[in-house]
Design a protein around this ligand. Structure first.
Ligand SMILES: [Zn+2]
Ligand SMILES: [Zn+2]
Length: 387
């Protein structure tokens, strides 16, 4: 089976390299990935996938499906293709997306022998808007048995965890007045914002150590001689589980409520970005994938990265068994979100590892299609693990 998968990868490789280089040369920001999205869709259609474009009313999202026509599990590969301002594909989502689409195409060539269905989801705006959040809410993954996405990196890392995150905005409304002539007539909204920070800094001593609360003041007045009647502060609140995040968010909101009461302002609390769930790695699935990477000739796979970031793949992991590991694109120490990292995604060693990673994704899927008890075990873990 491995030899067959290797052969199909070899036959598809050139098209995938072309796709990768096209997206690398045409970097587009989140929700503007029109060229990248179309390039993925065209290639998937060419290989017989049925594609739903503008999926879930998101212009640069797609759902591409290949059905074996036989009963079996639904396997999803998640593609991303958004770039960063100024540095293009510094996060390597060009090659990330190509690995997922490539795995989909390779699996589609042999899925007829095994059964089941493969879906490639085109998921825009990982860096900013997180389309996966809307897809999860819209039920895209309700019928999916497993979801996989592999991110480029300096080394191979097993799938780990990310933090759950909520983006909260506090808008304090006060009353303006001359700050020197008649300060008693004013209600200072900036005071409420500053005291929110002070309250949160006091709270910090009593929160779980792997939590994060960090914010800025977006609006804090117009002139020093006018009592600010409007102040806006934005925070990211992060925690290792969704359960604790909800508790922590409530505590942070109370910091703002207390500050608002003291200053006499009105307070409005909103979410200024989508909230991300923590990534829950399915360990059973992760073990199969790791084993299959070794089978594909990968030599070193490291334990999960200590990550204090957040990703919209986290939301997917709350609705179906998911892995989000990392694959190496370079023998050198390249750092994410840099131009050097972007450049490394088009080098021969990146393509060598792209093929190994695609191979492991395909072999993992076949293992799951073939071995019903394995899928049962994966699902049992999904149901019982703490989120
Ligand atoms: Zn990134
Ligand atoms: Zn990324």
């Amino acid at each position: 089976m491995i030899d067959n998968v290797r052969k199909i990868i070899e036959q598809t490789k050139d098209e995938l390299i072309q796709l990768n280089e096209f997206i690398f040369s045409n970097p587009e920001l989140g929700y503007e990935e029109y060229k990248a999205c179309k390039a993925h869709v065209d290639l998937l259609k060419k290989h017989g996938f049925e594609v739903e474009e503008e999926y879930m009313d998101i212009k640069t999202a797609f759902k591409a499906e290949f059905d074996s026509g036989k009963e079996g599990p639904v396997i999803a590969y998640l593609a991303e293709y958004d770039a960063l301002p100024g540095i293009g594909h510094g996060c390597g989502h060009n090659i990330l997306g190509v690995v997922s689409t490539g795995a989909g195409i390779v699996l589609s060539k042999i899925i007829g022998e095994y059964g089941g269905k493969v879906i490639v989801f085109g998921t825009p705006a990982e860096e900013t808007g997180g389309a996966k959040v809307d897809m999860v809410e819209g039920g895209s993954f309700n019928d999916v048995d497993i979801a996989m996405i592999v991110h480029p990196s300096d080394k191979y890392y097993k799938s780990g965890k990310t933090l759950a995150m909520e983006a909260i905005q506090f808008t304090f409304k006060g009353k303006s007045a001359h700050a020197a002539a008649e300060p008693e007539k004013g209600i200072n909204a900036l005071d409420a914002a500053i005291n929110t920070f002070n309250n949160i800094n006091a709270l910090r001593e009593h929160i779980k150590p792997d939590s994060r609360v960090h914010g800025i003041i977006v609006e804090g007045g117009k002139a020093a001689n006018i009592v600010p009647d409007l102040a806006i502060a934005q925070f990211y609140v992060r925690a290792s589980t969704k359960t604790y995040l909800n508790e922590l968010v409530e505590m942070v909101k109370n910091c703002a409520r207390g500050a608002s009461l003291a200053a006499g302002t009105e307070l409005e609390i909103t979410n200024y970005e989508a909230s991300y769930d923590n990534l829950v790695t399915n360990q059973t699935l992760s073990e199969v994938f790791t084993r299959r990477l070794y089978d594909m000739g990968v030599e070193n796979i490291y334990e999960p990265k200590e990550s204090f970031g957040s990703s919209d793949a986290g939301n997917v992991s709350h609705v179906c068994p998911t892995i989000h590991p990392y694959f190496s694109i370079s023998n050198e120490n390249v750092t994410g979100h840099t131009k050097e990292f972007a450049e490394a995604t088009t080098k021969p060693s990146a393509y060598d590892n792209m093929c190994k990673t695609m191979g492991a994704l395909v072999l993992t899927s076949i293992d799951i299609i073939e071995d019903k008890t394995l899928l049962k075990k994966i699902k049992k873990e999904f149901e019982t693990v703490k989120k």
